[in-house]
Design a protein around this ligand. Sequence first.
Ligand SMILES: Cc1cc2nc3c(=O)[nH]c(=O)nc-3n(C[C@H](O)[C@H](O)[C@H](O)COP(=O)(O)O)c2cc1C
Length: 357
Amino acid sequence: MSGEDGTPPPLSPEEASFLARQRVARLATADAEGRPQSIPVCFAYESGTVFIALDEKPKGVEAKRLKRVRNILENPEVSLVADRYDDSDWSRLAFVMARGKAELVEPGADGHEAAIRLLRGKYRQYERMRIEENPVIAIRVERASSWGALTEEPEPPRLEDTLFGRRSVRKYLGLEVSDESIERVLEAGRWAPSPHGRQPWRFAVIKKPETKERLADAMGESWRENLEMDGQSSEVVEKRLEGSKRRLLDAPTLILVCLHLEDLDEYPDEGRRKDEETMAVQSLGAATQNMLLAAYGLGLDTSWMCAPLFTPETVRESLDLDERLIPHALITLGYAEGDPPKRRSRRSLDELVVFRD
Ligand SMILES: Cc1cc2nc3c(=O)[nH]c(=O)nc-3n(C[C@H](O)[C@H](O)[C@H](O)COP(=O)(O)O)c2cc1C
């Protein structure tokens, strides 16, 4: 991986992955005379830049008058430390220290909106805060150092932290995923609920670049036909195909989730046959979600791609799979390059729920 201008990134993949996974860091600033201040901050990281919101937690001080902001305006040199401490096992301790220059990105300025999406993607608490009205602190990392067991598995997060922390990741670091981790993810899929306990799904694991390429090319061809049928311009078609292929090639591991209907209950009527199939698809979703959540708990990241659903035969052929398998979804699996931005707001519970006492 290298910076946009070809310079090597200041953080190694292991450091970037560790940093992006932490929920809190310590930001050190100093005023013009070098008097230091250090405070805990929530932050998001992407491609060599750390972003910190100036939120509206009651601090009793207008954002621009906060000591950290005044320090940055006087002296942009800052340092940020994210660490892991484990009292019961000191072999797991680790930290990453990023140093660089901080600046304030004002609302409306280039990059402000993207930074807000990044921060809201990571912390759902920011959804309800008007952080977009304040500048964002952006630290362009120039140097990084680290120590300890950066690649150790994190402490298993609480279930709620997993549910709310998982995000679809579309950019991965070039770090391999261990076979043990892949197996643990698959094992979580195996334990999903299913109709009559029949487990009407099968998984194919793809790691080799040449196999990924074959699959991406095969799916790309049939997607091309669909896009052209939709009347998309050839420029748009090529761009979308290239983006989709990149995503498959850049993800260290792919898990193809297939429907397997052989063991379902048989019914004489079409209606119940269809219902049985719907249940199988429902449980394929449960197995997929189990794997996404298990991966997140192991310190990995994922994304769910629906492309195989539209071209199951092509996918089956390109991977030489049993003909009873119906490809439905791809899970990309790896280590996020940074915090993924928030794409859309979640609907409120008021919109989603009715209560009927
Ligand atoms: C059935 C299903 C199919 C999806 N297909 C795709 C896909 O093809 N490409 C993609 O980028 N994301 C896909 N997603 C991911 C959603 O876009 C994503 O879950 C949603 O925007 C919410 O964001 P989050 O997962 O980061 O919380 C899919 C999700 C589901 C459940």
